[in-house]
Design a protein around this ligand. Structure first.
Ligand code: GLC
Length: 529
């Protein structure tokens, strides 16, 4: 297979699979996943039917934030392999028709990056202005406190400034102190980061996920945040000219994609990021954090459609390496897996691009982490534990992920919840995902216009997709009681979450509690593909 070009951008209606490389597959037995491991498991992704992979950062890093603290953007961290392994991965993925997105962190570096090391030497160093250095109220000393009241993301509520004894000033960090923010007011910073972007685009990647991109613009006057006003340390208008510049680089590499992590919780705020000359896609955290509830979801989907008229600009997801796994998040009453499968069906039906996080296709739950194994300060270990590939009774305690001691514990469910066991079980969550992705690829790729989302019967979310010859309806009963939903006469079942369901209708479908179906209705007889 090779990568084809069509008039529609390849990512529209595509499924992108997020790999957290530390936890995907370990080829050398050191307990941490690596690029050769990813290559060895690409066939799983081909079978699943995904169009692209996004890899969390693989670049040289002291790993204070597990790769999101980069000390050299243009080198692969030896933990993940060599630069040749990155090339091999791109080649092997392309050979299978799978595109590759890398995760670029443009807004901050590691404190071990040579720029920061130089920057902190003294106030006149040429790299000083690569970062945001300021005096507090008592210049040269820490005791007067930091320059303003901004808070860092991690640990939540900590101050966003650290005093550096060496040069006697405070530096800004939106995340950990080991992740100093770059100073995007300095045009040389933009030049340098453009070079990084080109470096990887030249290596053949198909696009980028841009980390924490809403932090690329901040109030240049560094004024205090004030109660009741939006934070001044993010989403500042000056970031848009920066995104235009990033986009202009991508535009020189036709067919490449920029999806931004726009960590904002109001869909309206996403709109400016999706201007035609900025991001192609912006991850939608309002949708990602929504409850498994028909009315709430319908409102979110409709609002997005009203705000962003081009349906191809949506980026839907429910989990990633920072968010709890859906099965656990929706498990208040023991029905987490049923809700996670409804959400899987919803993702398959939506216009735009959908993103899956490794393990979601197995219906994995978060893994409890004993206190002595906690490594992330911010509580994200449970969703980052290794992929279980094979049953431990067959492959040993590493569950096919590693032959060594895994850096985070393997899920206690690995005996049943692993790729190999689910592959051969027709009723597994993995096979449901595989079929849903197949339907999205073979039938729903052709849909036109935006999808319509409503609640025809209490508790039931309906998503309608039009194709020239008919329509598809996805009906998801988020209620725990049964529900009877009208459907067009002649509609037929495409797929259901109840593995025993054989048909629907005529004219209605009786859904069990937490059951979902996709039905197809053709306006006139057309030939089967
Ligand atoms: C993003 C990443 C997260 C990381 C943070 C700082 O939110 O997804 O994992 O910790 O940025 O780079």
């Amino acid at each position: 297979m090779s990568i084809s070009t069509s008039s529609r951008n390849w990512w529209e209606q595509a499924v992108v699979y997020q790999i957290y490389p530390r936890s995907f597959a370990d080829s050398d037995g050191d307990g941490v996943g690596d690029l050769r491991g990813v290559v060895s498991r690409l066939d799983h992704l081909s079978r699943l039917g995904v169009d692209a992979i996004w890899l969390s950062p693989i670049f040289e890093s002291p790993m204070a934030d597990f790769g999101y603290d980069i000390s050299d953007h243009c080198r692969v961290d030896p933990l993940f392999g060599g630069d040749d392994d990155a090339r091999l991965l791109i080649e092997e993925a392309h050979r299978r028709g799978i595109r590759v997105l890398f995760d670029l962190v443009l807004g901050h570096t590691s404190d071990r990056h040579r720029w920061f090391q130089a920057s902190r030497q003294d106030r006149t160093n040429p790299y000083r202005d690569f970062y945001v250095w300021r005096d507090g109220p008592t210049p040269g000393r820490a005791d007067g406190g930091p320059p303003n009241n901004w808070e860092a993301g991690f640990p939540a509520g900590a101050r966003a400034w650290t005093f550096d004894d060496l040069s006697g000033q405070w530096y800004l960090h939106s995340h950990l102190p080991q992740q100093p923010d770059l100073n995007w007011e300095n045009p040389i910073v933009a030049d340098e980061q453009e070079r990084v972007l080109r470096f990887w685009l030249d290596a053949g990647i198909d696009g980028v996920r841009l980390d924490s991109i809403n932090r690329l613009g901040k109030d240049p006057l560094l004024r205090d945040n004030a109660p009741g006003l939006p934070l001044r340390q993010q989403d500042w208008p000056n970031l848009h000219e920066r995104l235009v510049r990033v986009r202009s680089v991508l535009d020189k590499y036709p067919g490449t994609l920029a999806v931004g992590e726009v960590w904002l919780f109001d869909q309206q705020l996403l709109v400016p990021y999706l201007s035609d000359d900025e991001l192609h896609l912006a991850h939608n955290f309002v949708f990602a954090r929504a409850d498994a509830d028909a009315t709430g979801l319908a409102a979110i989907l409709s609002e997005f459609g009203d705000l962003v008229p081009d349906p191809g600009r949506a980026a839907w997801f429910v989990s990633n390496h920072d968010e709890p796994r859906p099965r656990s998040r929706f498990d208040r009453d023991g029905y987490g897996l049923q809700r996670a499968e409804l959400i899987a069906m919803l993702l398959a039906s939506l216009r735009g691009t959908t993103f899956l996080y490794q393990g979601e296709e197995l219906g994995l739950a978060d893994t409890p982490i004993p206190p002595d194994r906690v490594v992330d300060l911010n509580g994200r270990d449970p969703q980052r534990t290794p992929m279980p590939w094979r049953a431990p009774s067959v492959s040993g305690p590493g569950a096919g992920f590693t032959t060594g001691r895994p850096w985070l514990p393997i899920t206690p469910d690995a005996e049943a919840m692993n790729v190999e066991s689910q592959r051969t079980d027709a009723r597994s969550t993995l096979n449901l995902y595989r079929r849903l992705i197949g339907i999205r690829r073979d039938r729903l790729r052709a849909v036109t216009g935006r999808h319509l989302a409503d609640v025809p019967v209490e508790g039931v979310l309906r998503v309608v997709n039009q194709v020239p010859a008919g329509r598809y309806e996805t009906l998801l009963n988020f209620g725990v009681e049964g529900a009877v939903v009208p459907i067009p006469d002649g509609a037929r079942l495409l797929i259901g979450t109840d593995r025993d369901r054989r048909d629907v209708g005529p004219g209605r479908v009786e859904l069990g509690g937490l059951e979902g179906v996709m039905v197809e209705h053709r306006y006139s007889e057309v030939h089967e593909r």
